[in-house]
Design a protein around this ligand. Sequence first.
Ligand code: ATP
Ligand code: MG
Length: 316
Amino acid sequence: MSKTTLARHRRDMRPNGRNWPLLLAAFIITGGSAKTSTIIMLAVTLALRGYKVRVFDFDHQRSASHILCAMDELPAGHPTIWELMHGASLEECSVPARYVSVPANPGASTQDDPQAGNAQYEMIEGLSIVPGSRNVKNFDTESAQDGMLLTWFRELCDAYDGDDDVWLLDLPASLSKLVVSALIPFQEEDEIVPPVLVTSKEATDLKATFEELAEMRKQQNARSRIRKTEPTIKHILMCGTPTPSRPDSEGDLTVAAMKETYGEHFTLHTVKWSGVIRQQHRRQAPVHAFGNRNAAPIEDYNKVATALGFQDLNPA
Ligand SMILES: Nc1ncnc2c1ncn2[C@@H]1O[C@H](COP(=O)(O)OP(=O)(O)OP(=O)(O)O)[C@@H](O)[C@H]1O
Ligand SMILES: [Mg+2]
């Protein structure tokens, strides 16, 4: 891509001439529904396409931080998203994303080399993460006492003057005050992508997610006339869909029902069931690090990335 096209494209990452990057969140009010998997896959896919990407781990379970190795060997007291909410700077709270390339070997002798047996890491260029914190569980109580806390993320957006292209938010599974605080800066150009794991009850939760987001939009916009909160869903992911080698009649029925219900107004995408995607938590590495660049989930998420409007910025 030429430098001019690149520059023009990068401006698109600042919709409405604003100073903060495009926002993208995986959100549905169901636990265990591929939200973190989606954020990790898109984050790495976009970083490999040449975008400057930052992940924010809003979940007290910190799965995204675990997969991107943002918790390992963090110096004690290193600021996390909790400190970010309380005024620490974005740069001091962020760490470069990486993955375990050689797992730790606790049995190795450290006689000659004190570092022997330590895990080894590879960096993921262009990708950083604000590590999660268990303390976020206290957000709702604290923000009930201090109403100003609810707008911390919008203030962060307003003050941002860096060159990130896109911020990806890994959110927990309910529209708590914490999640509301994350979604307040969302405008129509930003995206909330609900991942629906098609083998469970989640298609029903999707309907409830739409209703809760609509209610949140109404409440926030009744409060603030300065800038509208427009959490917008245009794309829906159907994750863990059946494959020839892994047929699943409940999955087929859910996909058919979702197409019927949502196909007219939303773009639906399938992300096939994949054993390799399940390994990323355990191996502390995104699927892209496993060596097979054509793995099915990479292919599927590449299509999603393109549909979301992200081109490959790397020169041909
Ligand atoms: N396409 C897929 N194929 C097979 N398994 C998948 C797929 N996507 C996600 N999973 C698996 O589903 C489980 C839940 O995924 P994930 O942790 O991404 O969900 P989550 O919505 O972030 O969960 P939580 O609500 O706990 O944060 C994980 O074991 C993950 O490996
Ligand atoms: Mg998660």
